[in-house]
Write a protein that binds this ligand. Sequence first.
Ligand SMILES: [Zn+2]
Length: 443
Amino acid sequence: MIGKLVEYTERASLHLHPDRAKRLLGASRALLRRMQAARLRETVRLVAARSPFYREQFKRLGIDARAVRTPADLGDFYTTGEDLRAWGAEAFLTGRADTAFETTGTTSPTPKRVFFSQRELESVGLASAVGLRLLGLTRGDRVVSAFDSSFWVSPATTREALRHIGCFHAEAGKIDPAEFYERARAYTPTSVFGEPSWLVRLAEVAERRGAWSLKFMLAGGENMTEQARQRVERIFRAPVFMSYGQTESFGALGVECREQAGYHRNDLNYYFEIADGDEGCGELVYTTLNRDVMPLVRYRSTDVTRLVEEPCACGLRVSRIGKIRARADEMVVCGMGNVGPWVFAELLRDAPGVGAEWQAIILNDGCRDVIELRVEMKDPSARRGAEAAVLDSLRLNFTDFWKNREMKLYDLRLVPCPPSTLRAKRKLKRVVDERRMLLPRAV
Ligand SMILES: [Zn+2]
């Protein structure tokens, strides 16, 4: 019954003028809260009855699923990415799966696997279509997308969303931006979808060969500095909007509006919270509200942000997630890909002349991400040999990261440091993201 009401709201808003759709989507906060509460109770009961992971955790913590009415009733129980890896996706299943996607990199070489049904894919597509419609995408538009299709969720959810919009859509995959530029122009795109670092490179190509006339670009899959966004927007003379999601959430948790001031969140399908908050800023946590194959309860996103309840200047009365500020773990999503400490440890394993201590600093030079791999070396002249070994390992062991380097989506530099200078404290933070994601006054 509630599921039908949500679907009706989403379908109806797709067919309305964006201004009227905005009014419908923000119509009743009280009704939204009631729907969320009912769906939360259903989800908690479902996982307690069918998922071995949740059954065991609730038993261990003395949680009675029938008594849970709000997330706070779960105390300090959370689901983490580490739980997914350690228990395996199967321990979370509550229904029959039709498909699966993976998220790689993170803090270990083992991918996290997440299962879904066709119904869930359709539902995610519908919600994403609503966001795209509000950004002005219509049946008459022509989208060429460049999302990487290897076990990644974005091509599937994009395809499904654009099916609801009914517009033209060609999928290039994540090919070299220069090749994309030549081949995609034949389809006269009005919108291009891709990862931020890839869009920056496409803009560089367009700067030399001529920009297309685009309505907007949609960036997803990683964060983007405002400087990089402004550069792409200046070249194409079109806005770049970001969507925010994770494979575990199955696509869009939220999408920006024309104000580019945080992501209007998908409250119909997720219950959002902030954990370990400091003045409202902390780790984003969400509970899925309409999943019955692999629901997640209080899943820790590892992204640090805040929930924004103040009204948005665009007029849509749907609350927002602020722009992601950082990650709560040491993983970084950047032009190289999803990288964590283990990636750099592996790259440095056979590098000659390199000491045991190292640190990776992620910077942005205004257009692309730069990974400075700082290593302790007794003899700085050994840098060239060590860098060559690192690049060899990158080419042989990390095909995707190598491909992204070939596409010039990032720079990787080895920076020698004198011995015993990196570890100032007991614990050395291995991966440090120093990119400034926010402009001074941003939410
Ligand atoms: Zn807005």
